[in-house]
Design a protein around this ligand. Structure first.
Ligand code: EPZ
Length: 421
């Protein structure tokens, strides 16, 4: 199991570039199933989950070319099967995103149920509710979702909970349906908007993406398209939180400050001086210790749940007491137990964590439990006294490209070892 060895080494400083957004690339790769013409994607992040999605598509018969590390050309004209097997789906829940496109374009889909994960039960009932509303016949058998539809029909679908991949799945399903579909109480995440942009480039008729009501007019066929994946706002926020926690000064390029307003507000409340331009964000703590912040996670444009763990790490080293309330997932505080091992003062009461900041943390062996929890542990380790060893960091590779190189470029002392001698 890969481990990180991190030596606390004072403030991060320097400049790094953000990559393409994981949570936009995953649905957009699956959108290739909707068309028989090539889809060319650029600024695709080189991540484990992107690789898994490529494998999932290839085993269906989609041709996936890699002209370079961050470009993919997909051609789904030769699809041979509409099955998403358990051994792939269980490693990545986002595999559920092939469901909508397959039913829409191929009339059937057999997708292994993703099951829960470390942060929660992660049901897909709203995905299935929407497909049924569009006329699909859905059966659950042998741990699979079996979906069939001669031709999906446009429908009015109201989500009782805001769901990002639910919105994405049904937006893709509606693109080739007969008639119009309205998605109400839809997710407004920038990654949903980026998927809509890509679908429009392919010839889809979609308006309202980025608002709570998305209107899709079904079309007969899609055509070849090119799309550049938008910057990763969570990767950007993670490095900014690391800089704030270590009292540093960093500049993140190839990003978009408009994607993470709620995070920038919290970092400013923590005392960071933030300067932004069209495609960069600069954060400067002027060597000061961060101030504790209070937050509650919400669907976009509220504070993103994917940044909760990283800000908890910052609060552990901050001045004062910060309260964090997680309203999206039922079990997304697992990083707290590991942070306690570094000497943090965290009290978890239900979906609320009360963190009393300490001037110093002390290194200890800890273990990553999920993608964003591992980012939280890395941030705390960068600021802790001594050498911290983080186990199971394969979680990180799912969502952070070249993380040790990027952190080293900012002055961190971090190395990856596959076993300790
Ligand atoms: C997406 O997951 C992201 N993943 C997650 O990022 C992110 O944390 C989450 O949205 C919330 O922003 C991708 O985009 C690939 P949801 P998703 O459906 O779509 C409930 C990361 O770290 N719900 O918006 O699976 C659900 O239980 C990952 O990059 C239902 O009840 O999340 C949760 O409480 C982690 N029924 C809430 O909605 C459903 O059918 C929001 O979940 C679907 C969801």
């Amino acid at each position: 199991m890969d481990k990180f060895v991190i030596q606390g080494n004072g403030p991060l400083s320097g400049e790094i570039a953000a990559g393409g957004a994981k949570n936009a690339a995953l649905p957009i790769l699956c959108a290739s199933l909707l068309s028989d013409a090539p889809l060319t994607l650029t600024n695709v992040p080189n991540l484990r989950d992107v690789g898994t999605t490529g494998q999932l598509l290839e085993q269906m018969g989609v041709r996936v070319e890699h002209p370079d590390a961050h470009t993919r050309v997909l051609d789904a004209s030769g699809i041979t099967t509409c099955v998403a097997p358990y051994e792939l789906v269980r490693t990545m829940r986002a595999s559920i995103l092939v469901l909508g496109p397959l039913v829409a374009a191929r009339g059937e889909a057999h997708v292994s149920l993703p099951g829960g994960c470390a942060i929660g039960a992660r049901p897909v009932d709203l995905h299935l509710m929407g497909l049924k509303a569009m006329g699909a016949e859905i059966t659950l058998e042998g741990g699979f979702v079996h979906a069939k539809a001669q031709k999906l029909k446009g429908a009015r679908i109201v989500f009782d909970t805001v769901t990002v991949t639910g919105t994405e799945n049904l937006m893709m399903a509606a693109v080739l349906a007969d008639g119009d579909t309205m998605l109400e109480n839809a997710a407004r995440e920038p990654e949903v908007v980026d998927l809509a942009r890509c679908l429009r480039a392919m010839g889809a008729k979609i308006v309202g993406d980025g608002t709570t009501t998305i209107h899709i007019q079904g079309v007969k066929k899609l055509h070849a398209a090119e799309h550049r994946v938008l910057p990763d706002r969570i990767e950007t926020g993670t490095y900014l939180a690391a800089a704030a926690t270590t009292r540093g000064k960093v500049r993140i390029t190839h990003t978009d400050p408009g994607l993470l307003d709620a995070v920038l507000v919290k970092l400013q409340q923590a005392g960071a001086i933030i300067r932004t331009g069209l495609d960069f964000i600069e954060l400067d703590m002027h060597g000061a210790r961060p101030k504790a912040v209070n937050l509650h996670t919400m669907p976009h444009p509220g504070f993103p749940t994917d940044m909760q763990a990283q800000i908890m790490a910052m609060n552990c080293l901050a001045e004062g007491v910060g309260t964090i309330r997680e309203t999206i997932f039922e079990n997304r505080f697992m990083h707290a137990n590991e942070l306690l091992r570094l000497g943090a003062d965290i009290r978890v009461e239900g979906n609320t964590a009360i963190i009393t900041g300490k001037a110093r943390l002390t290194a200890a062996p800890i273990m990553a439990t999920d993608l964003r929890a591992s980012a939280s542990l890395v941030i705390a380790a960068l600021a802790a006294d001594g050498e911290t060893i983080i186990d199971r960091i394969y979680h990180m590779d799912r969502g952070y490209e070249h993380i040790e190189q990027k952190l080293a470029a900012l002055g961190a002392q971090i190395r990856r070892v596959d076993k300790l001698l």
